[in-house]
Design a protein around this ligand. Structure first.
Ligand code: AP5
Length: 213
């Protein structure tokens, strides 16, 4: 089963994909996480994408598609994957549709009004060690700056500042939102209300997946 998580920056794609991967036994494939890992490792790719990411712009389709082709060829993705933050352009969606052995069975659009986005992203903290996300107001860690899951240090992403968030929202509207129509016309899109407790959003996603099957 190959699923796509669609939604504006901060809609909760990553938070929810982590629950769904446990439910479904297929890996979350986050292009954002893959790019951040390359930056952390100091690879040439990491250096190439750093400025673009921090400015809130999209990385080129070519780079992203190379990453995805390599990732879906790994054994753990042979039965499916949950794409989180991919595809983000029509060109990426078309390339995904043309990949051998990858048939998209559902696209889950997490719908969150713009007013919530800056608040969610500016308060987000991520664990440097295990990647678990928290939020200073909505999902605070027990000890400030320390991950509840692994005890690692939490940090604020470089692109979670107001200027970059605004740019990411513009990129989303211009380049990614057209995918809503694209996947609607293919009959695979499900829109889920992304406002409310994290657990309630997870329940809505699970219900949407059950209806689909
Ligand atoms: P990426 O990492 O994909 O960032 P994004 O799409 O901007 O999404 P986010 O990770 O910011 O948000 P999310 O929806 O996952 O929300 P989350 O669950 O964390 O991409 C980063 C950059 O990489 C891009 O800008 C681009 O440069 C590049 N890139 C990546 N993929 C690319 C591609 N395919 N093509 C081109 N470039 C690409 O939640 C956010 C916060 O809200 C958290 O603190 C969380 O705790 C909180 N929260 C979640 N749910 C709730 C809730 N229900 N109530 C209250 N708080 C909540």
């Amino acid at each position: 089963m190959f699923l796509v998580m669609l939604g504006a920056p901060g809609a909760g794609k990553g938070t929810q994909a982590k629950y769904l991967q446990a439910d479904l036994g297929i890996p979350q494939v986050s292009t954002g996480d893959m790019l951040r890992a390359a930056r952390k490792e100091g690879t040439e790719l990491g250096e190439r994408v750093q400025a673009v990411m921090d400015a809130g712009q999209l990385v080129s389709d070519e780079i992203i598609l190379d990453l995805i082709r390599h990732r879906v060829a790994q054994p753990d993705a042979s039965n499916g994957a949950i794409f989180d933050g991919f595809p983000r352009t029509l060109a990426q969606a078309e390339a995904l549709g043309a990949l051998d052995g990858v048939e998209i069975s559902g696209v889950l659009l997490i719908d969150v009004p713009d007013d919530f986005i800056v608040d969610r992203l500016s308060g987000r903290r991520t664990c440097r060690q295990c990647g678990t996300m928290s939020h200073v107001s909505y999902a605070p860690t027990s000890v400030e700056g320390v991950c509840d899951v692994c005890g690692g240090e939490t940090y604020q992403r470089a692109d979670d500042n107001e200027e970059s968030i605004r740019k990411r929202m513009v990129e989303y509207r211009e380049k990614t939102e057209p995918l809503v129509k694209y996947y609607s016309e293919k009959g695979v899109l499900r829109k889920i209300d992304g406002v409310g407790e994290v657990a309630d959003v997870t329940s809505r996603l699970r219900a949407a997946l059950e209806q689909r099957s």
